[in-house]
Design a protein around this ligand. Sequence first.
Ligand SMILES: [Zn+2]
Length: 348
Amino acid sequence: MRSPGLVDLQVNGFAGVDFNDAALTAQALDHALEAMLATGVTTCLPTLITATPDDLAARFDALDRAVATSRLGPLMCPGYHLEGPFLNPAPGFRGCHPFEAMIAPDAALVARLAAGLKRPILLVTCAPEREGGLDFVRAMRAQGRAVAIGHSEVSFDLARAAAEAGATMSTHLGNGLPQQMHKLANSMFAQLAEDRLWGCFIADGVHLPPPALKSLLRAKGISRSVLVTDAVAGAAAPPGLYALAGMAVERDADGAMRLPGTQTLAGSALTLDQGRAQRDRLGLRHARGGARDGERASPRRARRRAAGAWRRPRAGRDDMAPTTARRTTRREDMTVARARVGDVEREF
Ligand SMILES: [Zn+2]
């Protein structure tokens, strides 16, 4: 079976490599992207999480340099995802992000961070309830970036207002939320009900128990759902300790990534083909359309949306050919036999 491959909109690291490392090298990035390619991902947005402005600047600088000078970065990474620091710092919402570095939305900071980069910050995850949140959403759209709601306590009204202001996605819907909330008037239902928001879901069986994922996908609608990994360095790697943005995170025997000694999830060890298999086991494929409808829920569709909603890279600032060829060929058991991006071809 042939397809252009999968798109991962949220990936913090992979195969032992942390994309949030200010010492990230082109060699390390290539190692991670080669491993991602073997899982059928041909496009991804390396994702930086909450940090101080100085740390974010240093991390973006290293990431952008690694992408530009690596073999696969220019072919697989059209831009970046900034998840934070404009998030809700309350326990439960903040997840594993360092809450002391969280600040109110600051459009000028994003513009400053992006100014020196060769590739754009394409997607920003924020909590619109923070002061100036809706103005920030509008400013991001004016800067040509897509906006997702995440680590956020939006009300029904605010979810609607954020969508009106230009937010188009929900980051890892169903996660980044407290264990206890109002049973119905909560941020998750507010985002599920807003049809202008696509839902991104982590289908690793840990962030969302499979029956809960099934319910969420049905509630949001398959055509508005996107699978992401939220992977960190422990994905496609053995159990043990890894780094995430200066923190230690542990890959447990059950395949979950946690802050050591706690139950707090810190990204995932998921690969996108595993996520897709998890979705397919839920039996949500269209009875008649089969794989065709299954494809609709895949991140591949996000790229088409991106083509319309995201800024085209400015001439001279991005050397990624918009026509970069992407193709994966899968065996009957859905493992990837061959992948191609641009002039790079791999057999697995
Ligand atoms: Zn998150």
